[in-house]
Unconditional design. Structure first.
Length: 192
């Protein structure tokens, strides 16, 4: 029996990952990562750093990436609910400039694998949310980059009625637009 269901999204190399959850009156158990199973699915990344953030409702973090020390990320929510977004920034990709959005929550226990060459962000939908992610390279403050969260070209459909209730960091308010960004990332075809 497969422990994981790797769902290829409309964007090549971007996967929604579901896992078997075993529960009873005591609670539940599931594997969130198994190197052997991921490698068999073609996801041969090597994780070197784990991160966790907690945010309140309306917080939007993103859209972030690193220009050097590029990071693939396996993300999930352990408490609460977020709308998670990945934007393809790989020049030459048939889905360049397109995004995928998915709800990640403690209830659905879904994960999203975001490869290198993508911008990433999320909006907290619940009162609070704890967001965890495994990264394929180390954080590099000097290599930080971003795209404006409400960029008109990307036209991300953030699920919030009043955009004035979105809470951003000062840094996230100042990111360039998609048209102003000259992507250094290249599409590698079938290679991940």
């Amino acid at each position: 029996m497969n422990k994981f269901n790797f769902i290829q999204t409309k964007i090549k190399h971007l996967y929604i990952i579901e896992t078997n959850i075993y529960g009873d009156n005591r609670g539940y158990f599931f594997e969130s990562y198994n190197k052997k199973d991921f490698f068999e699915a073609g996801l041969t990344m090597n994780f070197v750093q784990d991160n966790e953030s907690k945010s309140k409702k309306g917080v939007l973090r993103g859209l972030h990436f690193q220009i050097q020390n590029t990071q693939g990320k396996l993300v999930r929510v352990t408490q609460g609910e977020v709308y998670d977004v990945a934007v393809d920034l790989r020049k030459g990709s048939p889905t360049y400039g397109q995004y995928e959005g998915v709800v990640l929550s403690e209830e659905n226990k879904r994960q999203l694998y975001i490869p290198e060459g993508f911008a990433h962000g999320f909006l907290v939908l619940s009162d609070t949310a704890t967001f965890v992610y495994k990264c394929t390279d180390f954080y590099n403050h000097n290599a930080e980059g971003g795209i404006l969260w409400n960029d008109p070209t990307l036209n991300i459909n953030w699920p919030i009625k009043d955009i004035n209730k979105i809470i951003l960091s000062d840094k996230d308010k100042l990111h360039p637009t998609f048209k102003e960004f000259n992507s250094p990332f290249k599409y590698k075809g079938d290679l991940l």
